[in-house]
Unconditional design. Structure first.
Length: 129
């Protein structure tokens, strides 16, 4: 009887291990996907990575107070396919970012939907998931 229990446990482990894991998170849990916000500021850091890249931008909040915004973008691989590289954005670049605001305003987060660097006309717009 003990052998059957071990065999059943092994079968269960094998079945669970064969199901692909899903690492995708729910954007509506973090962002207000039915709202739009736009900031204008200066890039302080660009993290080109997987599963999501981030652009950190110093820009004023709605009260005019300078804040460091964490702008969540697509995966490095997907961005690379769209022509974005790890050196596309550099600290000091002036940018305009549009996207979905974070649910907690104190976090100063945005889910990227567009970015523009007016100095040279470079632009990106789209969605990721």
């Amino acid at each position: 009887m003990k052998f059957i229990g071990v065999l059943a446990s092994a079968a269960l482990v094998a079945a669970v291990a064969s199901v692909p894991a899903s690492a995708h998170h729910s954007f509506p849990a973090t962002y207000l996907v039915d709202q739009q916000v736009k900031i204008e500021g200066t890039v302080v850091q660009f993290l080109f990575r997987n599963p999501h890249s981030f652009v950190h931008v110093m820009a004023p909040d709605k009260n005019g107070v300078m804040q460091r915004w964490a702008v969540e973008w697509g995966a490095g691989g997907a961005l690379g396919d769209a022509g974005v590289k790890n050196d596309t954005l550099k600290p000091g670049d002036k940018v305009i970012v549009g996207g979905n605001p974070g649910r907690n305003p104190a976090d100063h987060r945005i889910r990227m939907q567009s970015i523009e660097r007016p100095g040279d006309g470079w632009k990106w717009a789209g969605t990721f998931g």
